[in-house]
Structures are given as structure tokens and as C-alpha cells.
Design a protein around this ligand. Structure first.
Ligand code: CA
Ligand code: CA
Ligand code: CA
Ligand code: CA
Length: 373
């Protein structure tokens, strides 16, 4: 489901109206504004707004095309790190930290993408990306050169799925093993252990009752988090041997999330602590939860426009990714990357926005990784 209005634009009207009402005050302004705008149901929650630092070149396909990003960290020169982004109508696009497209791999209708680095693969250490390919009903595998950053399409043939419409995918690195969790619109998840030369094997499957998509594995705690778009967020142990039961982290009806639950990603402040960030597509916000224990909710934020004709605000986000790595002076404590459903200022094809983690952590009083110190 996509929201039909740009909530950030709406919010700017809201903010202007609040300022105009001024002395009348916030408490009275809310119902007044509801009447003024003829909004009979709930008013958008008044979350903190952060601004983006960079936006990528727009994807090369029109309409709904950009979907899910994955951040690759250059092993020796973090400023040369890259963002892989899916184009649902064409393939994989690759951007540098300035947002310029540096590569485009037209290999089919890729929906989601994820990657892990320093994987033992074919007798050497490699960085591997995986995408759901709806043109071939398979997982597309890529390598990322650890010096040049060049993305190479390895194969579509090693993992042919039993799923009619492969949708979300996320990776889980456990010791020397690399796993992919891939889901289908029908609610089925398959967990695959990925190996070179067609030796990949399906480790297990499980399901949810309605359409899933976004997921993320926390390698530190071996926990898989996954969304059921119109229901909530679940977690379960990512180790297939344990095949544990799922636990409901949060249901939509009792949370700040507004359907669809979309992309999710993890920011670690250290080995023990961190945050789970979830795209709340229905109200163009992002909800932050503790990684610990029962994952208590911390707060939500939106991504506004950078002002002065710069970068437009973010709405209707599908996929997201986060790194806590110190990338550059612009992103010293890591970066959040989000898909933006409508790329305006000027009106162009969809794209991805890059946000300095400090902007999020300052607004929500969250921790930061130590790597930038
Ligand atoms: Ca979706
Ligand atoms: Ca936008
Ligand atoms: Ca999506
Ligand atoms: Ca723009």
C-alpha cells in the first residue's frame, strides 16, 4: 500500500498552521487543524524530523522502481563505500557516497538486496550480495571487489526457489556460514545456506499468515527480524538447527507503525547494544526499537527536505539499510539509506536518500558507534 499524499508536505502545512495559531497552543491546534483540513480521522503523529545529506541519482525506470538498498563498506578506504540499490523493473544499480550512479546491472526484476563482507567463498575472502530476482524466480548472487568496489553478477542459477513470487531477502552470517532468508508474497520463508558452485541448500522453511517482505538478521545475537506488512514485526532465532518459535515484537494495532511494515535495519552502538529501525510506510515514518530483550519502542522520526531547494523529503519508504561504520567526515558515525517513493525537487524517477546517523541519534537521544571517535 502506498500513501496517496506526501505526509511531509502535509506536515509542513501542519507546522505552518501550528505557527500561525501560535499562542493558541499545540493542544488546541491539533483538533483545529483537523477541522481546517477536513481530516476526520487521526492526525499524523508529530515526530522529530531529520534531514538527508545526499540523494542518489534517480533510478533509470519510471513509476515504482527503486526498492531496497544495501551498504557496502570499502575495506581500506571507507570514503569509497557504495550503495547497492534494486530497480524492480531492471536490475541492480550502484551509487557512491556522493549519490552518483557508478554501475548498472540490468539482469531482471530485482526486488530486495542484502550483502555480507568477508565471506569464505571459493577458497578466498569475498564480499557477497544477494537479490531476489522475480524474472528468474531465483536468488541472484553478486561479488563486490574488495579493492575496486566493482560489482560482478555471479549467477542466477544456483538457487532456484520454490516460491511463485520471491519478494524480500536478507542475509545472516554465522561463523563461516552465509545464509539467506527469502520470502514470498504468500507468506512462505525459505532459509538457504549459500555456497559456491551450486552447492547451496535449503535449510528450512516457515511461514507467516499474510504478506511479508522486509527482514534483517542480527548476526551478533543470531536473531532474524521480519515484517508481516499489515500485521507487525516478528523475530526468531536465525540458526536453522534450533528452528525455534517466532515471537511477536510488535503488532501494528498496538504500535506507532502504520501499514505497510516495510524495510528494517540494525544500528549497533557496540557488541551488546543497538537499535532496530523499521519503515512505517503508511505514515512515512521510521520507528526505532531497542535490540535488547523484548525490543521496547524508543521513538519515531521522519525525513524532511533539506531546505533551500535542496533534497526533497522522504515518503512511502520501502527498503532501508544502516551501517555504524565511520565512512567520511559527512558520515562519521554511520549512515541510514532509505528508498524514497516520490523524488521531487525536481520531479524525477524514484531514488534513495542518505542520512547522517548523528541526525537521527541527536533527535531521538540514541547512542552512536565509537568508530568515528
Ligand atoms: Ca512491500
Ligand atoms: Ca521525496
Ligand atoms: Ca518493497
Ligand atoms: Ca530529489
Amino acid at each position: 500500500m502506498k500513501s496517496m499524499v506526501d505526509p511531509l508536505l502535509w506536515e509542513s502545512h501542519f507546522e505552518a498552521c501550528k505557527r500561525f495559531i501560535g499562542a493558541v497552543g499545540h493542544i488546541i491546534a491539533l483538533p483545529l487543524l483537523t477541522i481546517v483540513l477536513g481530516q476526520s480521522t487521526s492526525v499524523l503523529a508529530d515526530y522529530s524530523v531529520v534531514i538527508p545529506s545526499v540523494e542518489t541519482t534517480s533510478v533509470s525506470s519510471t513509476e515504482d522502481a527503486a526498492d531496497d538498498p544495501a551498504i557496502w563498506i570499502h575495506p581500506s578506504n571507507p570514503e569509497l563505500s557504495l550503495i547497492l540499490g534494486t530497480n524492480k523493473q531492471k536490475g541492480l544499480e550502484v551509487y557512491n557516497l556522493e549519490g552518483a550512479r557508478v554501475q548498472s546491472l540490468d539482469i531482471g526484476n530485482l526486488n530486495n538486496v542484502d550483502l555480507r563482507q568477508r565471506i569464505q567463498w571459493d577458497g578466498r575472502v569475498m564480499d557477497i550480495a544477494v537479490a531476489t530476482n522475480r524474472s528468474t524466480n531465483s536468488l541472484s548472487l553478486f561479488s563486490i571487489d574488495r579493492e575496486s568496489g566493482e560489482v560482478e553478477h555471479l549467477t542466477d542459477e544456483s538457487i532456484v526457489l520454490d516460491l511463485p513470487t520471491p519478494y524480500g531477502v536478507c542475509l545472516f552470517k554465522s561463523g563461516s556460514s552465509l545464509f539467506a532468508f527469502v520470502n514470498d508474497k504468500n507468506g512462505t520463508f525459505e532459509q538457504w545456506e549459500l555456497k559456491p558452485d551450486g552447492a547451496s541448500r535449503k535449510a528450512r522453511s516457515f511461514s507467516v499468515d499474510s504478506q511479508p517482505e522486509g527482514c534483517v538478521a542480527d548476526d551478533e545475537t543470531e536473531t532474524l527480524y521480519y515484517g508481516e506488512e499489515e500485521f507487525g514485526v516478528w523475530k526468531r532465532n536465525a540458526d536453522p538447527k534450533l528452528n525455534s518459535e517466532a515471537t511477536l515484537v510488535v503488532s501494528l494495532s498496538e504500535s506507532a507503525l502504520v501499514a505497510d511494515v516495510e524495510g528494517m535495519a540494525i544500528y549497533r552502538t557496540d557488541e551488546a547494544d543497538g537499535y532496530l529501525v523499521v519503515s512505517s510506510q503508511g505514515d512515512s515514518s521510521f520507528a526505532v526499537f531497542e535490540l535488547d530483550g523484548a525490543n521496547p519502542y524508543i521513538g519515531s522520526f521522519r525525513i524532511g527536505d533539506s531546505g533551500e531547494g535542496g533534497i526533497d523529503s522522504v515518503s512511502g519508504t520501502d527498503g532501508i539499510d544502516i551501517t555504524n561504520a565511520s565512512l567520511s567526515t559527512e558520515f562519521p558515525h554511520g549512515m541510514l539509506v532509505v528508498q524514497d517513493d516520490e523524488n521531487s525537487m525536481p520531479q524525477e524517477n524514484q531514488n534513495f536518500k542518505l542520512i547522517d546517523w548523528r541526525r537521527v541519534s541527536d533527535q531521538l537521544m540514541l547512542g552512536k558507534s565509537a568508530v568515528g571517535d
